[in-house]
Write a protein that binds this ligand. Structure first.
Ligand code: GDP
Ligand code: IMO
Ligand code: MG
Length: 431
């Protein structure tokens, strides 16, 4: 296979970054196609931890080209900070290795201010966004008022559009949101500096990808967030503002439908969610606290504690159907060591009716009762397992049952945060 996508099958933070980093060893190009720095993908390589927000997780391998596609929303200041950090740590030294789409949208300080002010105003009803301005930036894109990186080519006209936007958004911030306005002079000065430093990366990434694919290069698409945060297919309105599935690759990277060979879905062996919204298999109390500690379940973007729950096969089947998932990579199986019994949600119940698929009305999701199966746990540490045969019998039974109830085969099983702490059953790039 030459073109492979990695997508989140839950509510984000499934461990996509680790799997992309692993697969990137055999890829030539790694591409982000949606989202912004609301994503936080953690990689642990040779004991060193990296959190990537905008730069694709190919950056830790020598010579891989990293592409930030047109479907993304990019905070230029956050991107420059991330590039600077990677350079300081000896990565991404060669500027030709990073390509930023001229058609990607810019996230501006007023987007962040609006995001935060709206969340504050919503109070108890807040979505729990990352506060990085993602929603307001996608709004401007849809309203055709957004600034794109190609606007930087003519700074005078860029400045005019920017000033107009700042005037409008400041009026909204002050009168409607009762929040502090942003400084036009400061933003223009920042953008002037940004321009000088970013121009070298800006190009037509769709044309670049087309040429790379025609040349037989291996391309890996790195999804951000997860299907349940997808603006259409997730738990609206408790979602992010982009499509997060494989379907978004064609529009978000500018490649033709049909040019994708396989989609690898990523799911934890249990569930987590950051932010508000329905979570049918959520658990609380001591077990959730213990799992949060063991799995270090604190958001990499915002440090917020993640909500914890059992594995949900209904949601996973939804993710598989929407994305045409070829295989599933299960991550963080090691975190379940010592928990007995383990529960797996195989269906939902609502007013006496059983649902094997998501109920048609998403509002019902916060009211459904999970139908659980219980499976026996194991006590052995499994971090050193590199083949399924190294796993205790009950761990094997657990992953086999997850695959069975989701009607999917497993490609990988994660047993630790490090790059090599993975059981690889099938590598999509293998000859
Ligand atoms: P992403 O946003 O999908 O890339 O996931 P995050 O990086 O936000 O969160 C996943 C967390 O789990 C990170 O801290 C990873 O280092 C860690 N992780 C990934 N796979 C495994 C695994 O198999 N076992 C353990 N213990 N940690 C893992
Ligand atoms: P990765 O790529 C987990 C969640 C936020 C919030 C909602 C909307 O690391 O898996 P936004 O700032 O996007 O408007 O917030 O979406 N969210 C994520 N949760 N992982 C992510 O990305 C997320 N990206 C957005 O917590 O509930
Ligand atoms: Mg994350």
């Amino acid at each position: 296979m030459n073109t492979v996508a990695v997508v989140g099958a839950q509510w984000g933070d499934e461990g996509k970054g680790k799997i992309v980093d692993l697969l990137a060893a055999d890829a030539d190009v790694v591409v982000r196609f949606q989202g912004g720095n609301n994503a936080a993908h953690t990689l642990v390589v040779d004991g060193e931890k990296f959190v990537l927000r905008l730069v694709p997780a190919g950056a830790l391998h020598q010579g891989k080209i990293c592409v930030i596609g047109n479907g993304t929303v990019v905070d230029p200041l956050a991107l420059l900070e991330e590039i600077g950090d990677l350079k300081r740590r000896g990565r991404l030294r060669d500027d030709s290795l990073l390509k930023l789409s001229s058609a990607a949208q810019m996230v501006m300080p007023y987007h962040r201010a609006i995001d935060r002010a709206r969340e504050a105003r919503l109070g108890q009803n807040a979505i729990g966004t990352t506060g990085f301005g993602i929603g307001p930036a996608y709004e401007d894109k849809a309203a055709r008022a957004g600034l794109r990186f190609d606007d930087l080519f003519d700074f005078n006209s860029f400045r005019e559009k920017l000033e107009r936007n700042i005037r409008d958004r400041n009026a909204y911030l002050k009168t409607i949101l009762k929040a502090k306005s942003v400084s036009s002079a400061e933003i223009i000065q920042q953008m002037r500096k940004v321009r000088t430093r970013l121009m070298r990366y800006i190009c037509d990434t769709s044309a670049f990808l087309h040429a790379a694919m025609a040349d037989g290069k291996r391309v890996l698409f790195e999804g951000a967030h997860g299907v349940m945060l997808d603006i259409d297919h997730g738990t609206y309105p408790f979602v992010t503002s982009s499509n997060c599935g494989a379907g978004a690759i064609f529009s978000g990277a500018g490649i033709a439908p049909g040019s994708l060979d396989a989609v690898l879905g990523i799911s934890k062996a249990y569930s987590t969610r950051v932010g508000a919204g329905p979570f049918p298999t959520e658990i609380s109390g001591r077990l959730a606290d213990a799992m949060r500690e063991e799995g270090n379940e604190f958001g990499s973007a915002t440090g917020r504690p993640r909500r914890l729950g059992w594995f949900d096969a209904v949601l996973t089947r939804h993710a598989i159907r929407l994305n045409g998932i070829w295989r599933l990579a299960l991550t963080k199986l090691d975190v379940l060591t010592g928990i007995d019994p383990l529960k797996v949600c195989v269906a939902y119940q609502f007013r006496g009716k059983r649902f094997d698929q998501l109920p048609p009305n998403r509002q019902m999701l916060s009211k459904v009762k999970p139908v659980y199966e219980s499976l026996p746990g194991w006590t052995e540490r499994i971090g050193a397992a590199r083949s399924v045969n190294d796993l205790p019998e009950n761990a094997r039974r657990y992953i086999d049952r997850l695959a069975e109830v989701c009607a999917v085969r497993l490609a990988m099983v994660g047993v630790g945060a490090a790059r090599d702490a993975t059981i690889i059953l099938e590598n999509p790039f293998a000859p």
